[in-house]
Design a protein around this ligand. Structure first.
Ligand code: C5P
Ligand code: MG
Length: 264
């Protein structure tokens, strides 16, 4: 494991159920449970369970290229379905700007270069935000008795994030995949860049983000496609037209009638 990853894993290994694993960082690549010694109490090395129970906590990943309209659609879905919306990019930017963050500079560099931030950081930020939302005990549909529903926007962008999150944090239910052309995305991002203040909404960073999306994120979509978990939505039309389809998919998901791996 590269030293920087080791350092990150160590520092972000905040107290939770597997915090007794020891002082050293867990290897980021090996999740194979060590066999428990016969007769011993369930130890820190016992097979891992997920942090959140997917029979209570619904996780929907929202993917699509930069500028596909993920955030815009999530804002609308939150209003209709009482989701907690967590944007991985927003969480990373907040951590980047947090005064005492050890990772501010590292995150800034990755974002500017359109690269994927080491997964330990992003997953820990998501896990903490989910824990906080569940502890807060929100009002609204789907939030009684320890239940919750989350739209996780812009995540997972790389296979390692997908595998680790599903195995260790919470099994996802669905991938809402917004697809459109690079031409449309570039136009939207440059428009957004006029007011967003984002360091990566410029043509040079956008090109890099497109490349990362094709090379690193598309395999994630293919992975979930094979699992029959993807609902693809053409994100080229107007916000309201796209939303009509997105909303219908979510209604069907909650009604238990959704046909996955469809393009709507
Ligand atoms: O989703 P958004 O466009 O806000 O993400 C901005 C940047 O944050 C990405 O280009 C990438 O550098 C970083 N990011 C990441 N891993 C994620 C989501 C975002 O590294 N899962
Ligand atoms: Mg966004």
């Amino acid at each position: 494991m590269a030293p920087i990853i080791e350092k990150i894993a160590q520092a972000l290994h905040l107290p939770h159920k597997d915090s007794k694993k020891g002082e050293s960082a867990p290897p980021a690549t090996s999740h194979a449970p060590a066999p428990a010694a016969a007769g011993s109490a369930p130890a820190a090395d016992a097979p891992k369970t997920q942090v959140f129970d997917s029979s209570k906590v619904t996780v929907i990943f929202v993917l699509g290229g930069p500028g596909a309209g993920k955030g815009t659609q999530c804002d609308k879905l939150v209003r209709e379905f009482d989701f907690c919306h967590l944007s991985a990019g927003d969480l990373l930017r907040a951590e980047q700007n947090r005064e005492k963050s050890e990772y501010g500079e590292l995150i800034r560099t990755y974002i500017k270069e359109g690269q994927i931030v080491p997964m330990e950081i992003t997953i820990k930020l998501l896990e903490n935000a989910m824990r906080a939302a569940l502890a807060e005990g929100r009002a609204g549909e789907g939030w009684a008795e320890g239940k919750g529903r989350f739209l996780i926007d812009g995540f997972p962008r790389k296979m390692d994030q997908a595998l680790k999150f599903d195995e260790e944090v919470c099994q996802s239910s669905l991938v809402l995949f917004f697809t459109t052309t690079e031409e449309v995305m570039l136009k939207r991002l440059l428009k957004r860049g006029e007011t967003s203040g984002r360091e990566d909404d410029n043509e040079e960073s956008i090109k890099k983000r497109f490349r990362t999306y094709k090379e690193t994120t598309m395999p994630v979509i293919e992975h979930y496609n094979k699992q029959g978990k993807v609902a693809s939505i053409d994100a080229s039309p107007s916000i309201d037209e796209v939303y009509e389809k997105a909303s219908a998919v979510i209604k069907e998901l909650f009604a238990g009638t959704l046909n996955r791996n469809v393009t709507v």
